[in-house]
Write a protein that binds this ligand. Sequence first.
Ligand SMILES: NC(=O)C1=CN([C@@H]2O[C@H](COP(=O)(O)OP(=O)(O)OC[C@H]3O[C@@H](n4cnc5c(N)ncnc54)[C@H](OP(=O)(O)O)[C@@H]3O)[C@@H](O)[C@H]2O)C=CC1
Ligand SMILES: O=C1OC[C@@H](O)[C@H](O)[C@H]1O
Length: 403
Amino acid sequence: MSWILDLMHGAHNWYHGVPKIVASTKKTDCPLRLGVLGAAAINPGAISDPVSTHPDIIIAGIAARSRAKAETQIKQCNLQHAKAYDSYDALLGDPCIDAVYNPLPNGLHAEWTIKAMRAGKHVLVEKPIASNAEQVREIKKVADETGKVVLEAFHWRLHPAAHLVKSLVQSGKYGKVLEISAQMGLPAGALAKDDIRFKYDLVGGSSMDLTYAYSAVSYFATPSLYGAEIKVLSAKPRLNATDPNIDDAMDASFTIREGNDTVLCHTSVDLAVPWLFGVIPPIWKLTATCDIELEKAKISFPNFPGAWLQHSILVTDKATGKVEKYSAYVDGPEWKNCGQRWWTTYRYQLEAFVKGVRAVQGGKTADEVAKMDEISWVSLVESEAEVAIIDKVYEKAGLPRRR
Ligand SMILES: NC(=O)C1=CN([C@@H]2O[C@H](COP(=O)(O)OP(=O)(O)OC[C@H]3O[C@@H](n4cnc5c(N)ncnc54)[C@H](OP(=O)(O)O)[C@@H]3O)[C@@H](O)[C@H]2O)C=CC1
Ligand SMILES: O=C1OC[C@@H](O)[C@H](O)[C@H]1O
């Protein structure tokens, strides 16, 4: 699956001339030293690529359960400053490492994020940040105790396009939000049968993996999800043939109520969208979409998780049918004057993480970082509220809560 992402990155970088930018990127005298837990398939696109164009961070190490695997990835990504470790503990025990990227299977996110903080490291942890909301609260507790930064790697939320959509929605110009739908799917066969996403003990399942859909509806539904009341109306899973605890797909409907305002939300996620007649890829189910209905307009944000590739935000006036078109690749309401046209969502994510860590090193608290004006951030409060929705969806579907 990750080869698709690597292919998209390659094409994107070639189109924007990124290799020249990489070659001319000078690192600072004392860049942050990042250690990576696991030689995961996602690493080249999600961390190695953005680090290559960031002046203030290097990958100083990769740990894998076998040193050879770590060495292979170090070579593959051409990481000149990286050391291979043969265990995650060995990397965490190295005082030369300042911060950690955690792309382990979902079920290990909370455990290793907490271990990393206790070892004195700041953490960028893959989505979903934890198996359930209780674990997110535990992460928050340890972050408060240790003063370390934790950022859930919700890259799409850190891209200017997401912020533009949010500002259009919240502007009041189009009235209240009534209904939001988001979908995301992968074609059947794209993932191997033994992929981590199909393993219950590693906290797999479509709702855990394609959590973007839950994140999108909740981000756009309210100014802040904190304190909102969630009621799941329906949750219909399509169960995995081998493991009935795994939702290969999940269609859910729920309401998000804040004060007197209630937004009806629909999410549809699928790790194995069946091919039509076994041969035709169902493109319309594979395109990630987020559609927002307000009182006076409909806003559509296609390809919301991959906005760095291409997106076009359409606002249709419900009375006149007139369509306004927007897009955003830099700056915007959260980043102000920051970013480049060629920055991927992962590059924005890294920008946020490095700025957050530097701010904490400069004396700010992690809570203050989440509120800083000059960066975009996903707070642990937001992460917890989103994971809590997924907990409730599993409960409604009659599936066990992930742990
Ligand atoms: N932000 C994004 O765009 C994306 C995010 N992700 C997220 O990244 C994470 C990793 O996904 P992906 O790279 O596809 O997964 P992989 O299976 O390629 O990587 C998972 C890593 O976890 C390690 N691991 C430790 N214990 C186990 C175990 N018991 N079973 C299997 N692996 C184990 C392995 O490390 P070792 O090298 O030590 O053997 C492996 O490299 C997931 O949380 C996923 O949600 C994934 C794809 C895209
Ligand atoms: O971006 C993504 O797309 C495919 C998924 O399986 C993956 O985990 C996700 O993060």
